[in-house]
Design a protein around this ligand. Structure first.
Ligand code: ADP
Ligand code: MG
Length: 323
């Protein structure tokens, strides 16, 4: 049994707001092994992005990591000095965002940006940097890469810009890539292509991937394991096939039932009733209880985290768990 590449335990990230403390991440624990693809899924506002940012020290005041631990191969990252975190970001852990313009500077050519990204962590000659940039663009299937290095971001389509952001994230052969809704802004066919290619790249290199998405269909097509997030907590996790076949948490069941591909043809999709709770006004106990078809009086008490083999869930009345 090898130690995980990344081990997150009891992570709490909070924002001080006018209304009090908002617990965006409220006791999150999970691990990612080398080469594994973990899908983090949940409705908008459930704390997925804040989780991703917390892992690499990108939480700025009024936000702070209030508790917990993030270990990369046993080394604690929470509390590291900014320059130590910078040395890890981009080189050991890198991030791909929904909007590639977060990564790409509009006034620099792609070639200059890639060279700057390379020089941040490696000493290379111009020629070496150029060769590595070309190879990186080839890997993400940018046609005619040597010539395209001279172009500016706006001269590429949205899908191509995202490929370039992915190429930059992969430049230093990181151990872990955190991809936060990287295909959400793209049209469906481009989404599918990028998903497939990124999975292949991760597999080829043994790169671990945390793929964040609000879309369970996307997550199920890429992830080895799924973690379902609700109101700042992971409410269910396990191997993708097992979670899809036989979800334990009523929230996961609800997400599945609202997927077009899962419903028998001609039937109506079942949306989960109600809306996600405000994180600064959470109900007591299970935050999903007010929307849950299986809720009972006991759900006003905090459900314990149950670990059963490769699966975990936080629910007093899990579905099908007796089997
Ligand atoms: P998701 O990515 O799952 O859609 P986020 O992680 O972006 O959700 O947000 C989780 C919660 O944290 C939301 O309620 C959001 O309003 C809050 N939040 C995120 N960033 C900040 C911030 N900089 N200041 C205050 N609240 C924030
Ligand atoms: Mg988000």
């Amino acid at each position: 049994m090898t130690a995980p590449l990344l081990e997150v335990s009891g992570l709490e990230t909070q924002f001080a707001t006018r209304n009090g403390v908002l617990k965006a991440v409220n006791g999150v624990s999970f691990a990612v092994r080398r080469g594994e693809i973990l899908g983090l899924v949940g409705e908008s506002g459930s704390g997925k992005s804040v989780t991703g940012f917390s892992l690499i020290g990108l939480i700025d005041p009024p936000g702070r990591i209030a508790a917990g631990s993030v270990k990369l191969e046993g080394r604690e990252l929470v509390g590291l000095a900014p320059q130590e975190l910078r040395a890890i970001r981009g080189r050991r852990i890198s991030m791909v965002f929904q909007d590639p313009s977060t990564t790409l500077n509009p006034v620099l050519t792609v070639g200059v940006q890639m060279r700057l990204a390379l020089e941040a962590h490696a000493r290379l000659s111009r020629r070496e940097a150029q060769a590595r940039a070309i190879a990186a663009l080839e890997r993400v299937r940018i046609p005619d890469p040597a010539r395209r290095l001279e172009a500016y971001p706006h001269q590429f389509s949205g899908g191509m810009r995202q490929r370039i952001a992915i190429a930059i994230a992969l430049l230093h052969h990181p151990d872990l890539v955190i991809a936060d809704e990287p295909t959400t802004a793209l049209d469906v066919s481009i989404q599918a292509q990028i998903l497939t290619e990124m999975k292949a790249l991760a597999r080829e290199r043994g790169t671990a991937l945390i793929w964040i998405s609000h879309d369970l269909a996307t997550i199920s097509s890429i992830a080895d394991r799924i973690a379902v997030m609700y109101a700042g907590r992971i409410v269910e996790s396990g191997p993708t096939a097992a979670v899809l076949r036989d979800p334990r948490h009523p929230y996961t069941r609800g997400l599945l039932d609202s997927l077009p591909a899962m419903a028998p043809a001609g039937t109506e999709l079942a949306a989960i009733p109600g809306t996600t709770p405000a994180l600064d006004h959470l109900p007591p106990g299970c935050p999903f209880a007010p929307r849950c078809f299986a809720a009972q009086p006991r759900c006003v008490e905090d459900p314990p985290e149950v670990i059963a083999g490769a699966r975990g869930y936080r629910c007093h009345f899990p579905l099908g768990a007796a089997a």
